[in-house]
Design a protein around this ligand. Structure first.
Ligand SMILES: C[S@@+](CC[C@H](N)C(=O)[O-])C[C@H]1O[C@@H](n2cnc3c(N)ncnc32)[C@H](O)[C@@H]1O
Length: 330
């Protein structure tokens, strides 16, 4: 399904293009207030990513406790040749939630894509990163696309025609979706890459509880700052007055649901103003900010099959902490 939103090219240069599909489709006020007025309060994880949040996330990826990023990077480095053999050269590479495009850099020289489409919701960060990437890879055609990948994806119309499309979704971001949403997302990717397409996706695996716990409760408190920054972001979006000093970070592994849960807990009874509305938080009341589901490889392959993808290859580390799946359209 195509979004009704028309492509809006912000600025175009020779081989470097920017699009904003996001601003017109989202009704942030309604989404945020609905989440914060219900009994089990929640804020969508996408609000982590203002410019500060994107930078904090980069800091998290360098923490000793945070194994996913370094494990996934070592898998990409180790299996680069095999990935190249599967993808072939000259594809259209589409990255969902590209952030700093760190991981794709490891593959660009080998894959020589016809075009690279980094897609992210954090517009300024996305556009800055695209400019930097172009400096490092002057031959690369880049279509930086600001969108919310929870909505049906819209690809820029001016992408070169007739090339194989390969999606890339590292960082186990699929784990942030509830299972039904994850299935819909995968179906959407299947539609976007088409019958000849493929999808390289990194997923975090079920493992020892302590390893998981430590990854979301680092000693330096960077993850706590990242979690709390979501309130500062809401303050900017909705002229709010959240005081982050009055909330605490709380993250744990929910074994029954196979997911890490990140919460913010109100330390006191308080009233916060947001979008000119009064929001009441009781002492010890929780706001859910993120779920991060962890997967079992065989179950993930079954899941991908339901979305129209066959799992052709799984690359994993020796501790079985993380896995890269090569999925092909069926
Ligand atoms: C966990 S980071 C991953 C960055 C990079 N792909 C990596 O693996 O290092 C998630 C990225 O997805 C983006 N993001 C989060 N929710 C999004 C959404 N709903 N739509 C588009 N991008 C989103 C964030 O801005 C952030 O850059």
């Amino acid at each position: 399904m195509q979004s009704k939103v028309q492509e809006r090219a912000i600025e175009s240069g020779d081989g470097l293009y920017f699009y904003d599909f996001n601003s017109e489709i989202q009704d942030q006020k309604k989404e945020i207030l609905t989440g914060l007025k219900q009994n089990n309060k929640k804020i969508s994880a996408k609000y982590f990513y203002d410019e500060k949040g994107s930078k904090l996330f980069e800091d998290i990826t360098n923490l000793p406790e945070y194994y996913p990023t370094r494990t996934e990077i070592s898998l990409i480095n180790k299996y680069r040749q095999e990935i190249l053999e599967k993808a072939g050269e000259h594809s259209i590479l589409i990255e969902y939630g590209s952030g700093a495009s760190t991981k794709i850099r490891l593959l660009l020289d080998a894959l020589k894509p016809k075009a690279y489409v980094p897609m992210d919701i954090s517009k300024d960060f996305l556009f800055d990163c695209a400019i930097e990437l172009r400096k490092q890879f002057p031959w690369l055609e880049i279509h930086a696309t600001c969108l919310d990948y929870r909505q049906p994806a819209t690809l820029p119309e001016r992408l070169p025609d007739g090339f194989k499309k390969v999606g890339f979704f590292p960082g186990s971001s699929l784990g942030n979706f509830a299972p039904e949403e994850a299935l819909n997302f995968l179906k959407g990717v299947r539609t976007t890459v088409g019958d000849n397409g493929a999808f390289l996706i990194g997923v975090d695996l079920v493992k020892d509880n302590q390893v998981l716990h430590d990854a979301y409760n680092d000693e330096q408190g960077v993850t706590a700052n990242f979690n709390l920054n979501i309130l500062d972001h809401l303050n900017k979006v909705g002229a709010g007055n959240f005081n982050t000093q009055n909330f605490s970070h709380h993250a744990f592994f929910n074994e029954e649901k196979s997911r890490i849960e990140m919460h913010l807990i109100s330390d006191i009874d308080q009233v916060v103003s947001l979008f000119n509305e009064r929001l009441i938080f009781k002492k010890n009341e929780h706001i859910i900010t993120e779920y991060s589901y962890k997967f079992i490889p065989s179950k993930f392959s079954e899941f991908a099959m339901r979305a129209g993808f066959e799992s052709k290859q799984i690359w994993s580390d020796e501790n079985k902490h993380f896995a890269l799946f090569w999925l092909e359209a069926i």
